[in-house]
Design a protein around this ligand. Structure first.
Ligand code: SF4
Length: 102
């Protein structure tokens, strides 16, 4: 998969469709490479910035809803978001069992 390259994170956010919360993120004036690290690079600095961000919940939900698989969004990596989505699916399936097997 080709990973998009942005001059700054604001451009990245614009590319994905601006939401009101995106204009107040802590990352807007930060180095985007922190949030889109090379495979195996540390995500600690980006996550620390996210943890202090007032729109963290909105950011994470946006990434989950749009199945964004790369980068740190809402303090979570792509792998962590995939696990969250899987967990949500499992909870949803448990709370809405398939009645056709009765
Ligand atoms: S949670 Fe992180 S990636 Fe999302 S807007 Fe805030 S600082 Fe940026």
């Amino acid at each position: 998969m080709e990973v998009p390259v942005f001059d700054n994170l604001a451009d990245g956010l614009l590319m994905s469709g601006v939401q009101a919360w995106q204009s107040t993120g802590n990352c807007l004036d930060k180095d985007p490479d922190l949030f889109f690290p090379e495979r195996g690079a540390s995500t600690r600095a980006a996550k620390a910035i996210c943890n202090a961000c007032e729109v963290r919940v909105e950011c994470l939900e946006f990434a989950l809803e749009n199945r964004i698989s790369f980068g740190i969004w809402g303090g979570k990596s792509g792998r962590e978001r995939r696990l969250m989505l899987r967990s949500r699916r499992e909870v949803s399936q448990r709370s809405s069992p398939d009645l056709t097997i009765l």
